[in-house]
Design a protein around this ligand. Structure first.
Ligand code: AMP
Ligand code: GLY
Length: 406
């Protein structure tokens, strides 16, 4: 089977690495890709924003499956265009991707299907939002409705902070994503990322992880897309998973099907394990980045048949197997990330890092300049390792980091 992978981050490098090991694969293509992905795939100059262009490439190249990594092409309807042209795609339609693309949509679905989540209000103007904020008091959470590159959420510990966040949203801090604001009850607990593969009807658990959100050591500084992750999340014990499936994931799948937008692809639930049980914080319609990197390191099975089965509506009977090893990934980011990452600096030592036992380096924001690998984004490398314990995996990953000269 020929496969086209869409995306250019560490998540997509991990997918390319894993898909390239499949005996079912003929040729792997990637757009736009990065130098790490290019080790496993043939990079093609297809414009992923031009859906007709993607469709005609798939027809010409006899692509059997398109795997979409990031959320933006999904929210923009790339899967719809591929479905309409009878090209198989792993990833939800635009209507199904609203689970990530509109926080208000997801909150309303939770209310309708009795899915445990934080109490909330939806507002399209500041005075009403502020009145609600004053009524519930701090701590409280203010969210831009749409996609804001992971930055549209303010967990306000004081009333003043919350009121400022409402103003910032309506004054355009997050562009059109902030035209509507969701105000949420603050949930206290520990967060966990829970992944399911979905075929429109059925959802199959596909691993757990925890990520490290703040940029600085010691959990300081602004939130980022994720500075590292490990898997599995031991806090997600065997008794919690069936409860999450029953109370959160399965009603979501049912609700989406009943609304005429069945969900296909990865459903990534951000959960808060509260004293009253697991509650949904948010959904993403894609793999986490960098969570995908640790999942791919631990997946014992061939990934291609299961992604293909999800795309075919045929997941029944699949039960993915995992290595007992733990995995960790450490994000190496450019100076200035997340605000203004410094680009163009030369990176050496990736091959030396990969000579360390059980270490794999995934490329995120890198580019080739002549023979040099240079930094070309915020999160640049994901130094990833496995081990018998998370601690051992961490020590191995840092031994890899030590080899990188950047
Ligand atoms: P989101 O983009 O919705 O995942 O929000 C980003 C982060 O804000 C989450 O990963 C949580 O750490 C935090 N957060 C979001 N909603 C809540 C909530 N209702 N209570 C507490 N923390 C939250
Ligand atoms: N690492 C968090 C995310 O991918 O949304």
């Amino acid at each position: 089977m020929n496969v086209l992978l869409i995306g250019s981050g560490g998540r997509e490098h991990a997918l390319a690495w894993k898909v390239s090991q499949s005996p079912l694969l003929s040729t792997l293509y990637a757009a736009p890709g990065n130098p790490g992905i290019a080790e496993h795939a043939s990079l093609v100059g297809v414009d992923i924003n031009d859906h007709e262009n993607v469709v005609s490439f798939c027809k010409e190249t006899d692509i059997g499956l398109v795997i979409v990594g990031p959320e933006a092409p999904l929210v923009a309807g790339l899967a719809d265009a591929l479905n309409a042209a009878d090209v198989k795609v792993f990833g939800p339609t635009a209507a199904a991707a609203r689970l990530e693309g509109s926080k208000g949509f997801t909150k309303d679905l939770c209310a309708e299907y009795d899915i445990p989540t934080a109490a909330y209000g939806r507002f399209n103007n500041a005075p009403k939002a502020k009145a609600y904020v004053r009524q519930v008091g701090a701590p409280v959470v203010i969210k831009a409705d749409g996609i804001a590159a992971g930055k549209g959420v303010v967990v306000a510990m004081t009333l003043a902070e919350a009121l400022d966040a409402v103003d910032a949203c309506f004054e355009g801090a997050f562009g059109s994503a902030g035209a509507e604001v969701v105000v949420e009850e603050f949930l206290d607990g520990e967060e966990v990322s829970f992944f399911c593969l979905c075929d429109g009807k059925l959802a199959v658990p596909f691993g757990t992880a925890q990520d490290h959100k703040r940029v600085g050591d010691g959990d300081t500084g602004p939130n980022t897309g994720g500075m590292g992750a490990y898997s599995p999340a031991s806090i997600m014990t065997a008794d919690i998973t069936p409860r999450v499936m029953r109370d959160i994931i399965e009603p979501t799948m049912r609700g989406m099907a009943e609304k005429g937008c069945p969900f296909t692809g990865v459903l990534y639930a951000g959960l808060m394990l509260t004293k009253d049980g697991p509650k949904l914080i948010e959904y993403n319609a894609r793999f986490g980045d960098p969570e995908c990197q640790v999942l791919m390191m631990r997946l014992a099975d061939d990934v291609l048949p299961i992604l293909d089965a999800a795309a075919n509506g045929d997941l029944d009977g699949f039960s993915p197997r995992w290595l007992s090893d733990k995995a960790i990934t450490i994000v190496m980011a450019a100076d200035g990330y997340p605000d203004s990452p410094l680009k163009g600096t030369i990176i050496r030592g990736i091959a030396a890092a990969e000579l360390q036992p059980h270490v794999k380096v995934f490329h995120a924001g890198t580019a080739l300049e002549g023979a040099d690998i240079i930094a070309n984004g915020g999160r640049v490398l994901n130094v990833t390792a496995t081990g018998g314990t998370v601690r051992q995996a961490q020590e191995r990953a840092y031994a890899g980091v030590d080899e990188i000269d950047w």
